[in-house]
Write a new protein. Structure first.
Lengths: 244, 244
């Protein structure tokens, strides 16, 4: 059976998932495109595959066939993919390992996606998002992670609670600041064994309160004309150094 | 005098600058927000400042006062800034220095902006864009550069012509590939003295033809699960290593 009416209640419910409010209410979200559907399937996150009529689907799961118009309406993309999936959110609460990235108030979905991808590349074991970060299940974030969000625990936790956890577990907390900072490349192996790197908001950086709780500040040497790097780039370079 | 009509020809002409076609035709573009206006002013690029009525402007240049509705219509942002500027494009044709970044078919405006910002941070002297890159004067690119586009020569040139220039000037050309690649951190100082780093398109990377012209390939060691980094991140890490 192929769903053809844009007014169908199922379609309306899927369209609403573009809004965080409905993702939160239902505990579900959408992934778009074959690659992300495959990653979500391997991870066991899929409730239903949504596919263009007549498309052969090899996954063993519930499938909803729809028209191109419906895909267009559900998708966040200008050129909608021929396959999407409705997924259930994962409830991670446990911090795993002692190589941690803590993101405090990151607002740009592209930046968050990029940092998740780089985290996996350079050996981060848990990513912590403060509650005021952009929603992990925002379609642009999911696209930016290139599916890597399914390969690493990502939890939402208050920044100060997270820092308290690090102090209790003797994990050094690194902020980023040139003032009183240590050049990232000069860290010794033992200083890179365990870490919690904190990256702050794109515009305002870390608050004074959070800075006061950091054990050290790291910095990346650069041309004086440049005030700062893109936060996704800065984070990735620091994780690259911490992972070496 | 304050311009109040959305139907005014000047307003219509400014709105059209959101499209590349009209930026090309007129040789002009817009920058948005006080910081970018200041950078453009210092660089001598401004033809006219466009500001919200009653806003005090300290710049010595032509000023067009407009209503909030007009700013909203001209701006590419959801929350329009209270100051914008009409700027004239710069015609750079000369390659300066021997630390070059060559971008071949970069499509995402955010990625291009990020790479321009990182180039300046890590000592690149000229950025070359292939003709099929996203337009440098796209509003999102300009925002992503944070004004750094005014501090470095950026020229448009065919990729193969650019590589020919490098060969003639004995500047080694570095592609990016794990296969037959050199770990970026293992480059010696003399291998970093002069370089032309090429980064390829987000989806397809470098063409075989371009690869064949590279003197070496560089790579960034990473977790096997991750197929690739975001191109802006990969570029920035390589420039960080080349700049050390």
């Amino acid at each position: 059976m192929v769903l053809t009416s844009l007014e169908n209640d199922k379609v309306k419910a899927l369209v609403r998932l573009q809004q965080k409010k409905y993702r939160d209410e239902t505990g579900t979200y959408l992934v778009e495109g074959e690659h992300l559907v495959e990653e979500a399937y391997k991870h066991g996150s899929i409730l239903q595959v949504i596919a263009l009529e007549n498309m052969p689907i090899s996954y063993d799961c519930d499938i909803l066939y729809v028209t191109e118009d419906i895909l267009k309406k559900i998708s966040s993309l200008e050129n909608p993919p021929s396959m999407m999936a409705l997924c259930k959110k994962e409830e991670n609460h446990e911090i795993v390992g002692d190589k941690i990235l803590l993101l405090d108030g990151i607002q740009d979905p592209g930046n968050l996606g990029t940092m998740i991808r780089s985290s996996l590349a350079f050996g981060v074991q848990t990513i912590i998002l403060s509650p005021n970060c952009v929603d992990l299940y925002n379609p642009k974030v999911i696209r930016g992670t290139q599916g890597m969000m399914f390969h690493i625990p990502i939890i939402v936790m208050d920044t100060k609670d997270a820092i308290t956890y690090m102090k209790q577990h003797h994990i050094p907390v690194y902020g980023t600041n040139v003032v009183n900072g240590v050049e990232a490349s000069s860290l010794t192996s033992s200083e890179k064994e365990k870490y919690c790197l904190i990256m702050g908001n794109e515009g305002s950086g870390l608050s004074d309160e959070v800075f006061a709780l950091c054990d050290r500040n790291l910095y990346i040497p650069m041309n004086e004309q440049v005030e700062s790097l893109n936060v996704g780039v800065a984070c990735s370079i620091l994780l690259y150094e911490l992972g070496r």
